[in-house]
Design a protein around this ligand. Sequence first.
Ligand SMILES: [Zn+2]
Length: 133
Amino acid sequence: MYPVRKPVLTCKFHAKGPQWMSGYHQGYDFGGRVGTPVYAMADGVVIGINIWGSAFGRYSPVIKHGKVYPKYVIYGHVRKCFVKPGDKVKRGDKIAEIGVEGNSGGPHVHVEGQRTKWWTPTGGTRLEHLFKA
Ligand SMILES: [Zn+2]
């Protein structure tokens, strides 16, 4: 499922731009008002909060989404986080709220998948399988 109820994609995967270290957007941005609920896209375990750098904002959880989808996903720029490291989450759990934390030009949630627990500037992976599952 998508991370917000009415998804409006405001920046697509691999959009070009100088603001990204790799030159390409590594995730997907969904716009919405500040305070809009953000949901876990699949079952998973919270690996950490604010572990991929301050650009994503200090409340951003990184969740490992299950065995079928061994992807580490950050929910970035959120203003509140309702989970903590070690928590198990279910698909559809409210985990955060859209905010403008970190390097963010406006309120949105940035979801980005990486193959490993640790972020790399070119490591962003496609997430359509999670949106559609
Ligand atoms: Zn983004």
